[in-house]
Design a protein around this ligand. Sequence first.
Ligand code: AMP
Ligand code: GLY
Length: 431
Amino acid sequence: MNLLVIGKGGREHALVWKLKQSRRVENVFCAPGNAGTGVDGINVPIDYTVNDFDRLIHFAKKEEIYLTIVGPEDPLAAGIVDAFQKAGLRVFGPSKAAARIEGSKVFAKNLMRNADVPTAEFKIFDHPDPAKYWVESREYPVVVKADGLAAGKAVIVCKNNEDARKAVERIMIRDEFGQKAGRQIVIEKRLDGEELSVLALVSGRAILPLPPTQDHKAVFDGDQGPNTGGMGAYCPAPKGTPELMAKIEEEVFVPVVHAMKRGRFPFKGLLYGGIMLTSQGPRVLEFNARFGDPETQPLLMRLKSDLLDLLDAVVDEKLSEIGESAVVWDPRPSVCVVICSGGYPGKYDVGKVIMGLDEAAKVPDVKVFHAGTKLEGGRVVTDGGRVLGVTALGDTLAAAKKSAYEAVSKIKFPGMHFRTDIGDRALKPSI
Ligand code: AMP
Ligand code: GLY
């Protein structure tokens, strides 16, 4: 059968690569894809960002696509799943109503409050003046967030009242993150601790947690510099002990998923909890309504079971029939190092020729997932901020890290940047 993956990042390349291994699958198409998905699958030049889903639907019908898998958050928030379903097509991902758990921070915070899910204390504002007045009497630091999607950028940590006033103005008055995204804001306490990414397949009330992963958000070593989409990840994260994972399932996933079902917007897809491990216990920072990027890369590198079987179970509401122990994982840990364009997450150049991909691929137990890349005149060139996700398995986390960096050392393009400390938090627990 034929599948269609929507998106063009490292996450989508990992999905295409893994789904292509399914014994039931013939072709995996990717719209629009990147240079890597064009090798492991077949790229389709249809842009999902314009929210014109008709062309994708037309393609899915023409190619008799058995299942479409939606990678990024924007089309989910815009209702791509509802549009596909209306057209009679099978699709993996939450409905527009359920995707609000990521698309609207106000929605997510209210849902957590109602379901009694541990999260940072917060207040919601729909006008700048009361927000500016309220921040005068706060204990700092606080975090000011725009309600809507802004690629993780509209989350501003404020050390004092002056910072907080400026953040409110940037989001609500100057509309720096878009008019719609900044119509409402959430102001919450800043939480301290390590972040854990907990991804689970969810279908109605059924929850199947996947092994814990840890991302590295800041652009420079030692968690310095601005936040990015993620500079690297590893799996499993030792911080996510079986006890902690059970607690997170019970205190976070179960109440949220039940509340969504009761509210008549049941979640079907991949639910991602960004969890801060505070001294008072786990607290939810955010939910994502999709696979994480880069987390999906080290995660799928370890998955031995057929991913299509799992996605089918979600779509067909048969997830409760699959026990956690029925999903087989490679016992070896994995590490993913993201190579990005110089300047990212700010301005960066594109079109740089990438050298050494073949040499990197020769390193045993390594897969180089592509993100912002494209083919130009037979050569692979950079085409985005995050360019590659070099992912390795190893007998130990240290061995996986060593292989990943060995492969990274083979790759060259002008201005490239990567962190040198991916995995160190688990390897050197004093960090
Ligand atoms: P969000 O878009 O809400 O997921 O936030 C993106 C990132 O900002 C999170 O992954 C954290 O690294 C950081 N962040 C968000 N909220 C808080 C908070 N209350 N305290 C500390 N860090 C936060
Ligand atoms: N790595 C963070 C995210 O996928 O949102």
